[in-house]
Design a protein around this ligand. Sequence first.
Ligand code: ADP
Length: 583
Amino acid sequence: MKTRIFFSILLTTVFTLLVASGAVIAMLYGQFSADMQHELMTEARYVAGAVNNGVRSLADIGRNAPHRLTLIAADGRVLYDNSANASEMASHSERPEVRAALETGEGESSRLSDTLRLRTFYAAVRLQNGDVVRLASMTRGPLGLLASSVPGIVCVLILAIIAALYVARRLTRALMEPVNAINLDDPLSNDTYDELSPLLLRLDHQNRRIAEQLNELTAKQRELDCITSQMAEGLIVIGGGKNILFANRSARALFDALDSQEQRTLHFMEVCRAAPWLEAVEGAFAGQKVETRLTQRGRVYQLTASPAGEREGKTSAVILFFVDITEREQAESLRREFAANVSHELKTPLTSIMGYAELMERGLARPEDMQGFAGRIRSEAARLLELIRDVITLSQLDEQDLRNRFTEVDLRELCNRVLDELAAKAAQYQVTLHCDGPSRVVSGLKETLHELLFNLCDNAIVYNRPGGQVTVTVGGSEQAPVLTVADTGVGIPPEHQPRIFERFYRVDASRARADSGGAPGTGGGSGLGLAIVKHAARLHGASIELESHVGKGTTLRVIWPEPPVKDRSEPAESAVPAAEASC
Ligand code: ADP
């Protein structure tokens, strides 16, 4: 715009200058011609007067005359000419100035010649004898005049253009200054050209509309952020350029690139390179709904990618949804592992039983071995039974909500009962049993707590040494009792300690528990005992503490927590999470 204004002013100025100069030249030339004609006529009159009165002869005047002097007879013949041979000149009777002089006494005219470069002025006066005296003066024509003034004109033009440039620049700057100074943020505050007022009003109106729409958009964005940030599931929206348009808090926490994204547009490939991610996004852009699994940051996610929005027959956006299925996957794999373990554990005693039974059936067993075989069959069957019982107990603890069947259970009474039940086994393993501590009543399932204590004491006897001791102590406070089972047995190596509560985990898997006379310290079971203890403790809200030293013994504590102190001053509503409250 600035350049346009500048050139407009410049061109207008130059054009005006040229037109004005042309007009002035034309006017001056006209005036000059009139003066010339007038002077020539005056001179012709003087010459005619002098010749009429016989003061001077025409030849005498013609010799020194500054102009061409011609004497023409009434019939048009040239009688005298001071610049040419009169006898060779053609008749002048048809010349306008001569004809006018012959008719009226005086005549004048002017003619352009030499391709308009020269102009000749004529003034003719009739003498008393009827002849006509004519004066002629030659001067440059308008074009000739123009041509002769070219250098001067060029100089003037250059000066004029320089002046026009300067003026155009100054004017442009002066014109643009108020326009450049316009405050677009607050158009109505500007003091500028009146002609700009409608534009500024419109600008102000549009500014206000944009501000309103921006506010609306920001509010909607905040609303969306607020809703999606509360989602545990990850949500990502990918736009047409395959760039990330939106990622909620859970999704951002999943990928480093999104977490550190600062106003930068990210291509989906910059976020993750895992095959399921790439396949899901590409598949959804190809118009399919893709469901796959993605492992990210050690957790497993079910990833659902769906096409959303179409432009020109192509998917323009894709929505990705991440659901954390780690626990579900783990539970599933635990279930599979458990089923495999149970089948394996069932198979071992059954194979044994089958083997002995087959020997007996075919009569291959000697009579004196029969009793031993029957004993083995019985102990294997007992092992089977124990395993099945443990599996049932575990599945009950896993799947049923048993809390509604809780009653008051005295731990001390339970302790006495368990030790009574295990007295024979303790004698067999040459282990002494002790019970200590006051009565402590807890809310719980009597049979489950019995199972818990029985398993702990059973292990303390089985993994003991001859002459060893098992001490069961009921302690802790009334609100938070502690049940301790300590033995002086083989102990558990430190590397096994974190795993002994897992299902089917045994420190030495080659050891099989032999209820019917296994040597002390060498017994082994199904590997479910401590898993049941863990579940039973969890059901009662108690935790387990293990302390064990190889060759010295093991102490296991079941600890009930202190009941929470209720703060009545706090209203229940204050438990609303902070993030939720801020929405
Ligand atoms: P199991 O039926 O084999 O006894 P548990 O789940 O009861 O299975 O115990 C898991 C493993 O922990 C056992 O195989 C045993 O090696 C070890 N263990 C448990 N209790 C004791 C203990 N009191 N002393 C030494 N080792 C123990």
